[in-house]
Write a protein that binds this ligand. Structure first.
Ligand code: HGY
Ligand code: MN
Ligand code: MN
Length: 409
């Protein structure tokens, strides 16, 4: 049904925005690259015959009208931003795939009862301001003053960059959608793991999304002279932090489902001949079970205390975000299985180890996710890749699902 060439060419065209010398693409929120990407996606939405608008938190939205404009809206889409030096499919596939479905429906002059909208969500990755899903949190009404005051590495706040791009931080609540106005949110996304590939499948149905706990940890020891301070008289913040990082890996490995990552670490003051006085690092902790995640978190904090005691350092932790796991609706999973059968594909269900805007949207409507195979399970890396055939399978499943949901009276 869909136009394969158009789908892939648009993915490649969007994937050319934010190209980095050292490889991959970087498109952070409220940057020139982000603006260029939105202009391009808006042009695709126009070509698809959709009405296009940008909401008060920077989400771009394309809408196909339904016979009943008051009927709850069927939503799809994903995020338009990327991590640093990321791949071209993460987020983009859900946007370009959603536009392709709506353009195909319009070209086939297929009328639907419910309006269908495709969102290009702003700032899902959280790479610029250290908390994620800004755009989808705006849609559910979860943005607070502290979020708008968060600063990037150059000390510029969310509110400041919003104003610089013509947004009014006092109007973020205008992006809110009500529960009554929505039917379901379905997100097409690459798997970013190896499960589909190891089962030799192109697409899968997501059962649920793991939780996400992001912490900022600051270890304070005592800066000192690297030459004149004997080893037994040191409170070296970096050696203490290093022991904490290894302990985090050890605790996460214990149960086989939890994942923990220290993605950022900063050593201060950072002189070759100075014993580090302060170390800042981040922790990203996830599990499909909130109870298991809570248990691992408790163990990690117990061990933090032991290490601080033994090494004479202090630890301050700041919760950057705490998002519960998000189950996908059973009804959607059954509907997706129907689409798989319709397409002669073997229905296969798997959890999502990655976080998605759907984790926010579950607060205002049921969610569903369709995964497309990732080559070697690689993502958040320039080598991220999905084949045209696999992307087409994913978009065709999305086509069946959106159509089934939108035609129901
Ligand atoms: O962090 C994640 O799981 C997603 O890529 N934002
Ligand atoms: Mn990502
Ligand atoms: Mn993503």
């Amino acid at each position: 049904m869909i136009n394969k060439e158009r789908l892939y060419n648009r993915l490649l065209e969007l994937g050319a925005i934010g190209k980095q010398e050292e490889g991959g693409i970087t498109r952070h929120s409220f940057t020139a690259e982000d603006r260029a990407a939105k202009e391009l996606v808006a042009s695709f939405m126009n070509e698809a015959g959709l009405t296009v608008r940008e909401d008060s938190v920077g989400n771009l939205i394309g809408r196909k009208e339904g016979r009943n404009p008051e009927a709850p809206v069927v939503l799809t889409g994903s995020h338009i931003d990327t991590v640093c030096n990321g791949g071209i499919f993460d987020g983009a596939l859900g946007i370009i795939g959603g536009i392709e479905v709506l353009q195909t429906l319009n070209e086939q002059a297929i009328d639907v009862e419910h309006p269908i909208e495709v969102y290009a969500f702003n700032d899902e990755e959280g790479c610029r301001f250290s908390f994620s899903m800004f755009g989808s949190r705006g849609v559910i009404g979860d943005l607070q003053q502290k979020d708008l005051e968060m600063k990037d590495k150059d000390g510029v706040s969310v509110a400041e960059v919003m104003k610089a791009q013509g947004f009014d931080p006092d109007k973020v609540s205008e992006a809110i959608r009500t529960k009554e106005s929505l039917k379901v949110f379905i997100e097409l996304h690459i798997e970013q793991g190896k499960v589909l590939e190891s089962n030799n499948l192109s697409v899968g149905i997501v059962s649920g999304i793991v939780n996400e706990l992001w912490l900022k940890c600051t270890v304070t020891g005592e800066a000192g002279h690297a030459g004149a301070t004997p080893m037994n008289l040191r409170n070296d913040a970096l050696v203490a932090a290093a022991e904490m990082v290894q302990m985090i890996e050890r605790e996460a490995k214990k149960n086989g489902t939890t994942v923990a990552t220290v993605g950022r670490l900063k050593v201060l003051p950072g002189g070759i001949n100075i014993i580090p006085g302060t170390v800042e690092f981040t922790l990203d902790l996830r599990d499909i079970s909130q109870d298991v995640s809570d248990q691992v978190e408790k163990e990690i904090f117990k061990e933090f205390g032991r290490i601080c005691e033994e090494r004479g350092v202090e630890l301050h932790t700041e919760i950057l975000q705490r998002i519960p796991p998000a189950p996908c609706s059973e009804e959607f999973q059954r509907a997706a299985q129907g689409a798989f059968h319709q397409m002669g594909l073997k229905p296969f269900t798997l959890p999502s180890g990655a976080g998605h805007d759907a984790m926010q949207m579950i607060n205002i409507c049921p969610i569903g996710m369709i995964f497309v195979r990732s080559k070697n399970g690689i993502s958040h890396n320039p080598a991220e890749w999905s084949s045209l055939e696999d992307c087409v399978d994913g978009v065709n499943v999305l086509y069946h699902n959106l159509l089934d949901l939108a035609v129901q009276v």
